[in-house]
Design a protein around this ligand. Structure first.
Ligand code: SAM
Ligand code: SF4
Ligand code: F3S
Length: 477
């Protein structure tokens, strides 16, 4: 099966939520049982599902895209907003019903919601047989055995050092061109609205050599783009030790980026997410030095008001953020820039909201993921502040923000008409097999007539027209 995925490194890509996965190619093995996995949330969760698939394959489970055929159904979940959890609950209720016809079926919940709700899933909600947190996937085979004998199978222990560095992910539903590579896990930032530090635990970096080896092997297998993933990639830090081997100096994110870029000029490198407080000039200069490191930075700001940023515990001000954006434009004048925004955070006034809008107007983002604030139990904001902006106000502000952003993205697309970009071909366009689709350096989708070009090739495309989300052009020699 060769489905084209518009690979997006964010959990906001509604199109990918709940995507079911099976390996791109059959590996020729005979499997005693079949598993079905559905993933929600951010790219890190999708990458984790590939680690889970690898662990299950080694233990005799093959993947299926039809949950009706599965002996084991897994849902890899997200807790970031209330709506994300509601979607998963609904899905688990549907899967639960299948057990009536097939009592041997095991239904398991993985990921952030498993970590947040723990035994409650089995004891109170009675929705699943298996609950496994993000750092406990190695124990899946034994937990499945326990669940098969009707025991309560739960492991939600968080780890300080688990990175699954030695596990070669099984690429699921891949287009064979783009792949995610996790370089770290967890998060040490305590943004007051965010549940991630509680569901993913302490930040830890993955051994640099294993990241480079995975990227090399992907390149050798024909992949042409890797996206290095972490909640805060700029704080990547690997210090070699006896087991981690051979580094004289600590490896920073800029060093790692460079090492991956050096694998081949034909391998594109992207990364996500950058925290405004941590992104260094060294990273920007490394990006400028290597053509194959894509000129695109996802730099979530969350709010344009310094007062709100302080309540959010983002540890920078509006002025600091603007200075970082100016520096990016200075060192990488053509860089694509995107952000995340939250409207209606606790105590947000109309004036704070206007500041968010004016910041968006200043930064002219190419892409923005915008949400209204959703209080998450246990977070600093839930404990300290009242969720006092009425829902209709949160939503109205979000709507205003979305409209402003739409106008800006259209202008950004229109500015590209007449330019020529190097495009990495990812597959057929969504509309017709007569057209191919890929992305340029700045992460914009480009569609052009197929001619004799193939997936995985680079082609120069001259842009002749655009829509709000797509550049349209023709290949030039
Ligand atoms: N680590 C990244 C960062 O620092 O920007 C982002 C992590 S989070 C998975 C993705 C986005 O979800 C955040 O940037 C934020 O905009 C949004 N988000 C997180 N918690 C939220 C909440 N409680 N309500 C609404 N949006 C939230
Ligand atoms: Fe959440 Fe902040 Fe960590 Fe991002 S940096 S994952 S928003 S706590
Ligand atoms: Fe990702 Fe959602 Fe967890 S965004 S880290 S899957 S809470």
């Amino acid at each position: 099966m060769d489905t084209l995925l518009n690979i997006n490194t964010k959990e906001h890509d509604e199109k990918r939520q709940g995507e079911a996965f099976a390996p791109f190619v059959s590996d020729g093995n005979e499997y005693k049982k079949l598993f079905y996995i559905e993933s929600y949330g951010c790219a890190m969760n999708f990458a984790d599902s590939e680690v889970v698939a690898s662990i299950l394959h080694k233990n005799g489970f093959g993947a299926t895209l039809q949950f009706e055929n599965a002996d084991l159904i897994l849902v890899n979940t997200c807790s970031i907003r209330e709506k994300a959890e509601a979607t998963v609950r609904k899905r688990l209720t549907e899967f639960r019903k299948l057990k009536k016809a097939n009592p041997g079926l095991i239904v398991g919940v993985l990921g952030c919601m498993a970590e947040r709700l723990k035994e409650k899933f089995i004891e109170q909600e009675k929705l699943v047989d298996l609950v496994v947190g993000p750092d406990a996937y190695r124990s899946l085979p034994s937990l499945i055995e326990e669940a098969e004998t009707g025991q309560k199978a739960v492991n939600v222990l968080l780890s300080r050092d688990e990175t699954y560095a030695d596990i070669a992910p099984v690429r699921l539903n891949s287009n064979g061109v783009n792949a995610f590579v996790s370089i770290m896990r967890g998060c040490n930032n305590m943004c007051s609205f965010c549940v991630v530090p509680f569901t993913r635990g302490r930040e830890r970096s993955r051994e640099a050599g294993s990241v480079i080896a995975e990227c090399k092997s992907l390149f050798e297998d024909g992949y042409r783009e890797v996206t290095l993933l972490g909640q805060n990639v700029d704080s990547y830090h690997w210090v070699g030790d006896e087991s981690g081997g051979g580094y004289e100096e600590p490896v920073t994110f800029a060093n790692l980026l460079e090492q991956v870029a050096l694998i081949s000029p034909l391998l594109r490198v992207r990364f996500s997410t950058s925290h405004p407080k941590d992104i260094t000039d060294e990273v920007l200069f490394t990006m400028a030095r290597y053509d194959n490191i894509c000129n695109y930075i996802h730099l979530p700001v969350q709010s344009g008001s310094s007062r709100i940023l302080q309540l959010m515990n983002r540890t920078y001000t509006r002025e600091w953020y603007v200075a970082r954006v100016n520096r990016i434009r200075e060192i990488l004048p053509d860089a694509g820039l995107s952000t995340d925004m939250i409207t209606g955070f606790c105590t947000e006034t109309e004036e704070d909201h206007q500041q968010s809008l004016s910041l968006m107007e200043y930064c002219k983002y190419d892409l923005a993921y915008m949400y209204f604030y959703s209080q998450r139990p246990g977070t600093l904001a839930a404990r300290r502040f009242e969720d006092d902006v009425p829902e209709e106000v949160k939503k109205r502000r979000l709507q205003e923000m979305v409209e402003l952003h739409r106008r800006n993205t259209l202008l950004s697309m229109q500015r590209d008409v007449g330019k020529t970009f190097k495009v990495l071909i990812e597959g057929f366009s969504k509309k017709t097999p007569e057209e191919l689709q890929g992305r340029n350096d700045q992460n914009k989708v480009v569609v052009f007539p197929k001619e004799n070009f193939k997936k995985g090739e680079y082609v120069s495309v001259k842009i002749t027209a655009c829509t709000a989300g797509t550049l349209i052009g023709t290949a030039v020699i």
